[in-house]
Design a binder for this molecule. Structure first.
Ligand SMILES: Cc1ncc(COP(=O)(O)O)c(C=O)c1O
Length: 372
């Protein structure tokens, strides 16, 4: 079976973890500082704060803004649930805008319109979905002109760029995830980056019990620290990330070149001037369930990211949200399908995936999905 994701655990990772275990210093420590510095340099960020997961990082990032309870934060409903939950944790309220039908992310025009219509929005939380940067430079300019914060959800976009600049330090803060399926991983883990050094400093405080010094607590903080074990794995993975991203891009381009002519599916579109790092390779197709079963039978694993908009999740429905005014997000939830694109795929695997997709016989009435 060709799996949808395959975390890499090499001898380097095993040796690095063994070294940490032998040192006896398992929790926070110099290995974590070393990883923070290396990751900050990779993202062109003035600093970085390592944490226990992407969700923890987003929670801290939103908390660090110090917004009054009930403040509105603009985001997307077409993402993983953590994107919106972090707003709820901070007693703020998500405002969902619809995504672009070509790139599946918030556009600058959408953000501008939303901020003009609702001056109560205090922050924007766009997602670089599937490894593709959104129009983050323009979004930051629009937000800045209105005194609105920007937190980039970079959980799926390690190394993605817009205008040659890596995501993560274009907005006030950026948050990455190192969950095992991500472009690089630490088991569980996350990293907060950003150009706003004052907020980064507050994040450091919040993730360590609000303690500027031992047993002195100036804020209501959390224990969201990264372990030295995770940091040791992260250092090994970061060294390989550029090569892995190159491989992901090559795999994606091979898939698109071989599938683009099929009239019943749409291959992913890359924004010009951006380096998409293909955390996921996502096609849209009407008859998703039948294609998924066909691929499964042919030994090709797939996944759906995501089958339901956040606004349509039972918890958010219970709060009164709905996706009635988010038609693109709603339609995408019914048509997206992720194919394997990870760097462990061999050329033979890519050919197997292509042959399996091409051998699918769509219903006679089926045509390409036009979203929007
Ligand atoms: C877009 C997005 N945001 C946030 C997260 C949360 O990251 P973590 O799983 O490390 O908590 C994820 C993880 O899948 C994600 O995909």
């Amino acid at each position: 079976m060709i799996s949808i994701a395959k975390p890499y655990i090499g001898q380097d990772e095993q040796a690095a973890v063994a070294e940490v275990l032998a040192s006896g210093m398992l929790a926070d420590g110099p290995r974590v500082r070393e990883f923070e510095a290396a990751f900050a340099a990779y993202c062109h960020s003035p600093g970085a704060a390592a944490c226990s997961s992407g969700t923890a990082g987003l929670c801290i990032a939103v908390s660090s803004l110090g917004l009054p309870s009930g403040s509105k934060i603009l985001t997307t409903s077409f993402s993983f649930i953590a994107t919106a939950n972090c707003i709820q944790y901070a007693n703020c309220r998500p405002v969902f805008a619809d995504v672009d039908p070509d790139t599946f992310v918030l556009t600058a025009a959408t953000v501008k319109r939303a901020l003009e219509q609702d001056p109560e929005i205090r922050a924007v939380l766009p997602v670089h979905l599937y490894g593709q940067a959104c129009e983050i430079h323009e979004i930051v300019e629009i937000a800045k002109s209105r005194g609105v914060y920007v937190i980039e959800d970079c959980a799926q976009a390690h190394g993605a760029t817009e205008q040659g600049v890596p995501v993560g330090a274009i907005g006030d803060l950026g948050v990455f995830s190192f969950y095992p399926t991500k472009n690089m991983m630490t088991g569980e883990g996350g990293m907060i980056t950003g150009r706003n050094e004052a907020l980064l400093e507050r994040c450091r405080l919040f993730l360590n019990h609000g303690a500027p010094a031992r047993y002195q607590h100036t804020e209501l903080g959390f224990n969201y620290r990264m372990t030295s074990i995770a940091a040791a794995i992260g250092m090994c993975q970061l060294a390989r990330l550029p090569g892995w991203n190159t491989r992901r891009r090559a795999n994606a381009h091979a898939l698109s070149a071989a599938l683009a002519d099929l009239p019943w599916l749409a291959v992913p579109k890359e924004r010009a001037g951006c380096e998409h790092v293909f955390h996921q390779y996502v096609i849209t197709v009407q008859d998703r369930e039948r294609l998924q079963a066909h691929l499964q039978a042919a030994g090709v694993g797939t996944a759906v990211h995501y089958p339901c908009t956040i606004a349509d999740q039972p918890y958010y429905q219970s709060l009164g949200f709905s996706s009635d005014d988010l038609p693109v997000s709603q339609q995408l939830a019914g048509t997206v399908l992720s194919l394997p694109v990870h760097p462990a795929l061999t050329d033979a695997d890519i050919q197997t995936i292509i042959a399996a997709v091409r051998s699918f016989v769509p219903a006679a009435s089926e045509s390409a999905v036009t979203v929007g």
